[in-house]
Design a protein around this ligand. Structure first.
Ligand SMILES: CC(C)(COP(=O)(O)OP(=O)(O)OC[C@H]1O[C@@H](n2cnc3c(N)ncnc32)[C@H](O)[C@@H]1OP(=O)(O)O)[C@@H](O)C(=O)NCCC(=O)NCCSC(=O)CCC(=O)c1ccccc1C(=O)O
Length: 299
């Protein structure tokens, strides 16, 4: 039996477990049209683009739903790791993470939703994922192309099936991502390789992607989700605050003041938990001068 890594209303308890497979129980959350959102009781969420017949290309509605799902996850203190993937296979048996913007609804100035307004709202999603105070792991079961390639790139970690295919197509289809899609790509794979990827628009297999540092590991497609759960469980053993601060430290190195703001926000969170900080708040509320004499100027 071939297991689908992602199926709507997936009930793992009725599936046959493969040798070495790790499973978790998913509960579906929210009513979405273009995506699926599931949570497990062990602190993992799963977000999947659900347009397999279009190789999971996104339209404005897909992106709005993804933003909503990631913001829900951000607000849930029980979730520490998100697996971000694409539903598959499609009727022709192929898998995709995402093939970028849906070219069929690309108008002048952006992608057109039902309201006829042109949007490039994938940029909002990129920022939400980057600044999510949780670990986001892309599970790439097939194609990660164009804007879909950028989406796996901006995730914290990427795990790919052995049949996965990566690439940018912008210069072929009249598009480009001059933000994370190019500059951050160069940070990940180096300037020469990033220019090759964008200028030639070639496609790269999973082994090539691993060799250039674009992904973290390869697994057989039937075990891709299992591998994601395994990595998530290992991360969840570790200190949430340490992981969050490390994520924002990595971001601060590349994201300028916006990255420093995220890291600084975590420092403020921690400071609020101290007696020193609480004394400042209490003094204001009690209409008296603050007394910081108990706080030491430690080296
Ligand atoms: C992914 C492919 C390589 C897969 O090839 P193959 O297996 O042969 O399948 P196909 O027969 O081509 O496709 C099957 C079916 O899906 C439809 N489809 C696939 N991809 C798209 C798509 N992106 N848009 C619309 N439809 C798609 C295809 O038409 C077929 O449908 P039928 O009805 O059966 O004919 C291959 O499909 C492929 O190359 N796809 C296109 C990849 C691509 O060029 N994507 C767009 C890149 S540009 C982009 O994503 C912009 C993103 C963006 O919004 C942005 C904006 C501003 C700044 C940055 C960005 C950013 O890049 O993020």
């Amino acid at each position: 039996m071939t297991l689908k890594p992602i199926t709507p209303n997936n009930n793992n308890m009725s599936r046959r477990v493969l040798p070495g497979e790790i499973i978790t129980s998913w509960v579906s959350v929210g009513e979405y049209k273009d995506i699926l959102l599931d949570k497990s009781t062990e602190g993992i969420a799963r977000v999947a683009i659900n347009r397999p017949e279009k190789r999971n290309a996104f339209r404005p509605q897909t992106i709005s739903e993804l933003c909503d799902a990631f913001i829900r996850i951000r607000e849930d203190p029980k979730i520490g790791v998100v697996l971000f993937t694409g539903v598959g296979p499609s009727k022709d048996g192929k898998f995709a993470f995402c093939s970028g913007g849906d070219q069929a609804i690309r108008g002048s100035g952006g992608y057109l939703g039902d309201d006829g307004i042109p949007r490039l709202n994938v940029l909002d999603l990129q920022r939400i994922i980057r600044s999510l105070p949780k670990v986001v792991i892309a599970l790439v079961p097939g194609f990660a192309i164009g804007g879909g390639h950028v989406l796996h790139l901006i995730c914290d970690l990427s795990l790919a099936a052995d049949n996965a295919i990566f690439g940018q197509t912008g210069p072929k289809v009249g598009s480009f991502d001059a933000g994370f899609g190019s500059s951050y790509l160069a940070r990940v794979v180096g300037q020469k390789k990033a220019r090759e990827i964008w200028f030639l628009c070639r496609k790269y297999g999973a082994k090539e992607a691993l060799d250039m540092g674009l992904i973290n590991a390869i697994s057989p497609i039937n075990l891709l989700e299992s591998e994601g759960v395994k990595w998530a469980r290992e991360i969840l053993q570790n200190s949430p605050t340490a992981i969050k601060c490390l994520k924002f430290s990595f971001n601060a190195d590349t994201d300028g003041l916006a990255g420093i703001q995220e890291l600084a926000g975590q420092a403020t969170h921690l400071f609020y938990t101290t007696d020193e900080s609480k004394e400042g708040r209490n003094a204001f509320m009690e209409k008296r001068d603050p007394d910081f004499s108990e706080s030491k100027w430690l080296p």
